[in-house]
Write a protein that binds this ligand. Structure first.
Ligand SMILES: Cc1cc2nc3c(=O)[nH]c(=O)nc-3n(C[C@H](O)[C@H](O)[C@H](O)COP(=O)(O)OP(=O)(O)OC[C@H]3O[C@@H](n4cnc5c(N)ncnc54)[C@H](O)[C@@H]3O)c2cc1C
Length: 414
């Protein structure tokens, strides 16, 4: 007589933070879990995020935290209320990775990188019985089975539960290449096109400016577009601008550029000074100082900030030194930069677009494919940097796995 087993099986596709978290929750619920990953190793984008210190989450109060997800639907917010920023810190600490709150309120592991956390996590997953199939690229469905290309040829499996956690479309070289969009389109799931988020922008710098200032930071500035202002830092790139403040304003800036092909970004180089104060400082006799020395001494501007003022003056056919103190003061805190395009998704920190929440039920299950759930950046939500991305991925990984367990219990009551 064959022994009846009540153990259910799950395939988790994609071994980023969302997929690994889903695998852990499923395994803890007694489900037999196999994680499929197309790359030769897991968590490559997570490891890259670690190079910037691994900003895991943010310490602000939960209600304020949730506003960072814009008009994200209730189920995303509910997922974060279940797996909270505090919950994430406790989870990391259970893996031996103590966390701390930085001066900006962002939360980091003390190690300031992802590799120790990922190593400890993988050890725990393997010890709990999770199986990993690397170099297995998911190619969609054949009948109701999942198909993978592997070094040993095509593999087909038919698990009870499938969790899709294939990531968004940024940094495709790390595995998250968004090719899954085609597979879902074949199942008539209307996926929103993947677009860059937390991304850089194109600016047609003059050759002189580019050569002199590429890679240099504009510190302590404020950026404004479409009625939104953010403070922080930006970096001049060969053909544009990127960095924390740019990412923070990237949603309205991207939407403006995509609508009309270009947009004007306004930079305040001295956002803590009002125009009258700047005017007073600029009205003092200049003597024989060069323009750069004068601006540097009068307003404490960096060479790249002065270069930007000169670049904008040339673009509008003006000569900086010919401007009255008042006009120049206004330029300093309302400097227009013409944005001519969005930097490619390949270099964005994250992407937006993907599976719309309307395609999911409350269990994060695809309404059209019972037994198949989705989590992480492949869902259509957007958040700024600051730990909100990883928090969203971890929390939806937990939610999709818990939803799958609930669904399985309902489908096969013991
Ligand atoms: C430079 C950089 C820095 C970042 N820093 C931070 C930070 O400090 N804090 C923060 O909150 N966020 C940060 N992020 C964002 C964060 O890393 C991502 O949001 C997060 O990794 C997304 O997790 P995910 O599990 O949804 O997808 P991913 O991490 O992208 O994982 C998806 C996995 O699915 C696999 N896959 C895709 N297609 C297939 C297929 N067909 N078959 C099999 N496997 C497949 C991929 O190979 C990949 O391993 C950063 C991102 C970048 C690029």
């Amino acid at each position: 007589m064959t022994e009846q087993t009540s153990q259910r099986s799950a395939a988790v596709i994609g071994a980023g933070p969302a997929g690994l978290m889903a695998a852990e929750v499923l395994r803890d619920a007694g489900i037999v879990v196999t994680v499929y990953e197309q790359m030769p190793s897991v968590g490559r984008k997570f490891l890259l995020a670690g190079r910037g210190g691994l900003n895991l989450t943010h310490s602000e109060p939960l209600d304020a935290f949730l506003t960072r997800y814009g008009d994200a639907p209730q189920i995303l917010q509910a997922a974060i209320r279940v797996f909270t920023p505090d919950g994430l810190r406790k989870w990391a600490e259970a893996l031996g990775q103590e966390t701390f709150i930085g001066s900006s309120g962002r939360v980091f592991p003390k190690a300031m990188k992802a590799s120790p956390l990922l190593r400890a996590w993988l050890r725990r997953l393997a010890a709990s019985g999770v199986t990993f199939k690397l170099r297995h690229r998911w190619d969609g469905w054949k009948d109701e089975s999942l198909c993978f290309s592997s070094p040993d040829g095509e593999v087909t499996v038919r698990p009870d539960i499938t969790i899709l956690a294939l990531g968004g479309g940024s940094w495709p070289s790390l595995g998250s290449n968004g090719r899954w969009v085609e597979q879902l389109a074949r199942r008539r799931i209307a996926v929103a096109p993947l677009r860059p988020a937390n991304c850089g922008f194109r600016v047609g710098w003059s050759e002189t400016f580019r050569r002199r200032f590429e890679g240099q930071p504009l510190k302590g500035i404020a950026l404004g577009v479409a009625g939104r202002t953010v403070r922080g830092e930006a970096i001049v790139t060969a053909n544009g601008i990127e960095g924390g403040a740019i990412y923070a304003i990237s949603t309205p800036l991207r939407d403006a550029v995509l609508k009309t092909g270009e947009a004007t970004l306004h930079v305040a180089l001295r956002p803590d000074s009002d125009i009258s104060e700047l005017e007073r400082k600029l009205a003092k006799p200049r003597g024989k100082q060069s323009t750069s020395n004068w601006l540097r001494k009068a307003l404490n501007l960096s060479p790249v900030a002065i270069g930007l003022l000169q670049e904008a003056a040339i673009a509008s056919g003006e000569i900086l030194t010919a401007l009255m103190a008042r006009e120049l003061a206004e330029r300093v805190n309302h400097l227009p930069i013409r944005i001519t395009g969005v930097a490619p998704i390949e270099r964005a920190i994250s992407s937006t677009g993907g599976i719309p929440f309307a395609a999911l039920d409350d269990n994060f299950m695809l309404r059209q494919i019972p037994g198949t759930f989705a989590a992480g950046e492949m869902l259509d939500w957007e958040a700024p940097t600051g730990g909100y991305l990883l928090q969203g991925c971890f929390a939806t990984g937990v939610a999709a796995a818990k939803g799958a367990v609930r669904w399985a219990e309902r489908s096969w009551p013991m």
